[in-house]
Design a protein around this ligand. Structure first.
Ligand SMILES: Nc1ncnc2c1ncn2[C@@H]1O[C@H](COP(=O)(O)OP(=O)(O)OP(=O)(O)O)[C@@H](O)[C@H]1O
Length: 740
């Protein structure tokens, strides 16, 4: 009964809260890399990387006219760039173009150029991709210096670069002699030397472009993939690379184009040997002396290639980091799955990547608990299983024990199947607690045992702890089905079976018909359900939900809450669910854990928390008035002169909270006579609708603000409006005192 009453309360409160809540994309701290527009993380990464991504520039305001003082120099700048290009076009001998471009020398130089630029691109990818990842993802001493070093060849005069290469890799260079005597490798005057020179000059384009893209890709995509069971390399291949594909493609194209046009470093380091190191730019230089028309023709060729690359890149630069919600086509270039170890859009990687057999596995159990058990069997057979005999894993039930230190300081014990709502004000440490349990933050450390298995020292992908971050973090390059199958594939389920089971999960969550849509084509609520399906399908032993229903509208919220309750009921692990929503806390949780400053202020059943909230924040979250003070013989002395009479006083001097339900507050136009012991004058500050009732906020000079709840009819009869002078009263029997 009490619980029902509390739910009703909470529902009302929920409606008010919804009005206040800005919704899914609400502001959050970027701490630990969370809570931003999906896919992007402003403020991180090198400015240089961003500078190479003109597509990120804010759209111009339509109809805005440029001030003359800016327009004139801008036009001059364009003209300055255009005139030399126009010069090439104007002076080209079009009749002889074919002859010039097919002469032996030019064809040979073109061949060398293509060989050199393709090798330079290959080398840049091989070395530059890991370097970009390191710069974007890892903090290490001297990082700024390394980044400057990477960028140096872009600003260094190429001839100086060539000299530097000579002194490093030339015959008398630091490494040159050693390279020659040990490996017989000579770089100067060899094509390999031209490749080295071109790589030296062009690799920075790849690194900064990719670093910018990686820095813009929010880490939670990779973290979520890890929580679904994917190891670091798999995460890199199946999430990171596909999501930064536009940035990588842009960087690769620029790198290739720059290598194709390389001149200064090549001639200084590798020389100008026809058929060996003489590339097209060197050929242009030579032709300029003997045959200026031919030089113009070859220049035109290089100009056209460079222009073609830039035109082809137009719009793709914008990809940079992760795709932004709502951007549909072209934002993410899917890397082909065939043989590449990259998932297809539906989700799943070729079996050779997962090591799973192509044969369909056993049919998936119909309910999640059974599914979890089935998975456990597989996991236990694997090399990571450390469960001892008699482990709950065999029965698919995993109690939780966690000792958390650092920012959070608490011990958590929970029986299998327990759902704990984690509540607390902003900054209380809710998300930090989840991240500590995942092993994702250095800010708090959790000693974690799930079943008999101590996972404390295991990396996130081997903990069997699934995480649904606040915005779901669906992988934008995969369909809903692909997202849901991700964890199954990471755990080695064969492709066909993973897809079948993923489809079943989507069906259960009511989004089966959207299986082939990508996240950008889903509404917030649909995406939330897919994120839940994905986490549940991964068959975790501990499920972490960070405000799972926050993005949903009221009716969807009710539906998904119902579905979630059903699935959580069959779940053999523990579920921790961060929420600001009292309805969620009350209707889904067996326990409510109240955090404040990283500590557990209260950990009790929802009804108990509602009856005796130990913090004003929780009381208010549950829609109740909460005043703190010190117990007196007949009630509570509030700060200042305020007094409150309670029917069940606490020992005098006890620090306590007085909890008053809004329905217990009566509002009058005249001072009431009769039984109420608590009567104060006040003024209506605000009236808000809450379902079929009104909440009236009254400010009083004698006590803290008080919220009362009345019917619209009563409000009309009292003639209430903002600023109306009123009296409020509360019976002593309606005041609950809770020691804090
Ligand atoms: N990476 C970080 N570096 C430094 N401080 C951080 C980091 N992440 C979080 N914090 C701080 O730790 C405290 C707890 O943050 P946390 O995100 O866990 O709170 P929360 O309870 O989840 O808050 P909210 O309700 O706003 O999501 C806050 O004071 C926050 O500013």
């Amino acid at each position: 009964m009490k619980r029902d009453a509390m739910k009703r309360d909470a529902m009302k409160r929920d409606a008010v809260k919804r009005d206040r809540k800005p919704g899914a994309g609400r502001d959050r701290t970027p701490a630990d890399g969370r809570g931003r527009t999906p896919g992007t993380e402003p403020g991180r990464g090198p400015g240089a990387g961003r500078a190479l991504l003109p597509g990120r520039v804010r759209k111009p305001v339509p109809g805005r006219r440029a001030p003359l003082a800016l327009a004139v120099p801008a036009v001059l700048a364009v003209a300055f760039l255009l005139v030399p290009m126009a010069g090439i076009l104007a002076r080209t001998s079009w009749g002889e173009l074919g002859t010039h471009l097919t002469s032996d020398g030019v064809v040979e130089a073109l061949r060398i150029s293509l060989v050199v630029s393709c090798w330079a691109l290959g080398l840049s990818l091989l070395l530059g991709v890991p370097l970009a990842w390191l710069l974007a993802r890892v903090d290490f001493p001297g990082k700024a210096l390394v980044r400057s070093l990477v960028l140096l060849p872009m600003v260094l005069p190429p001839t100086v670069g060539g000299v530097a290469l000579l002194l490093g890799f030339g015959r008398r260079g630091l490494l040159g002699g050693w390279l020659e005597s040990w490996f017989g490798v000579q770089l100067p005057f060899h094509t390999a030397g031209a490749v080295v020179a071109a790589t030296f000059v062009s690799m920075p384009f790849l690194v900064i472009s990719l670093e910018g893209a990686l820095a813009g890709l929010h880490a939670r995509y990779e973290e979520t993939a890890a929580s679904l069971g994917a190891g670091p390399l798999r995460v890199f291949a199946t999430v990171t690379l596909p999501m930064v594909a536009p940035g990588l493609a842009a960087g690769a194209a620029l790198t290739w184009a720059r290598a194709l046009g390389e001149f200064g470093a090549t001639i200084t380091f590798a020389g100008n040997l026809p058929g060996v190191t003489q590339t097209l730019p060197l050929q242009v230089y030579l032709l300029l002396q003997d045959s200026p028309e031919a030089a113009t023709s070859v220049s035109l060729l290089l100009l056209v290639v460079a222009m073609a690359v830039l035109v082809a890149l137009r719009g793709r630069w914008a990809g940079g980091g992760g795709p932004v919600r709502g951007r549909t086509s072209g934002a993410v270039t899917r890397t082909d799955a065939e043989g590449g170890g990259v998932p297809d859009a539906d989700g799943t990687w070729p079996d050779h990547v997962t090591g799973a057999s192509a044969a369909p596995g056993p049919p998936a159990p119909a309910d999640p608990c059974a599914a979890a058990t089935a998975h456990t069997g597989a996991a236990d057979a694997g090399p990571t299983a450390t469960d001892g005999p008699g482990d709950g894993a065999r029965t698919g039930r995993w109690p939780l024990h966690a000792d958390v230190t650092g920012f959070n300081r608490l011990t958590l014990e929970a029986a299998p199947g327990t759902t704990i709502a984690v509540v607390g004000p902003n900054g209380a440490g809710k998300t930090t607690l989840l991240r500590a349990l995942l092993g994702l933050t250095p800010r708090a450390h959790a000693t974690l045992t799930l079943g008999e298995r101590d996972v404390t020292t295991l990396p996130p992908h081997r903990r069997d702890v699934a995480w649904v971050p606040q915005d779901g973090a669906l992988f934008p390059h995969l369909t809903a089905l692909g997202n849901t199958a991700y964890g199954l594939r990471a755990h080695g389920t064969a492709r066909a079976e993973a897809r079948r089971e993923a489809q079943r999960w989507l069906d259960r969550l009511g989004v089966g018909h959207l299986a082939h849509r990508r996240p950008a084509q889903l509404s917030g609520g649909q995406a939330g359900r897919v994120a839940l399906a994905r986490a549940l399908a991964a068959r975790p032993r501990l499920l972490l939900l960070d405000e799972p229903l926050a993005a949903l509208d009221q009716s969807t919220r009710a539906h998904v809450r119902h579905t979630l309750r059903r699935h959580l009921a069959g779940f053999g692990g523990v579920c921790l669910m961060v929420t600001h929503d009292p309805v969620e806390a009350v209707s889904l949780a067996d326990r409510v854990l109240v955090l404040e400053d990283g500590r557990a202020l209260q950990d009790a059943a929802p009804a108990e928390v509602a009856r005796h909230p130990r913090s004003p924040w929780v009381a208010r979250m549950l829609g109740r008035n909460a005043w703190s003070g010190r117990a007196t013989a007949d009630g509570l002395r509030l700060g200042g002169t305020g007094r409150l009479v309670a029917a069940d006083p606490l020992p005098e001097g006890t620090a306590a909270l007085a909890i008053i339900g809004p329905e217990a507050v009566s509002v009058h136009r005249e001072r009431p006579s009769g039984s109420p012991r608590n009567v104060w004058p006040g003024r209506v500050r605000e009236i808000t609708a809450l379902g079929s009732r009104l909440r009236v906020l009254v400010a009083s000079p004698q006590v803290p603000d008080l919220v009362g709840e009345i019917t619209p009819q009563a409000a009309a009869e009292l003639g209430l409006a903002e600023d109306t002078e009123v009296w409020v009263s509360v019976k002593a029997t309606e005041v609950t005192l809770v020691p804090v």
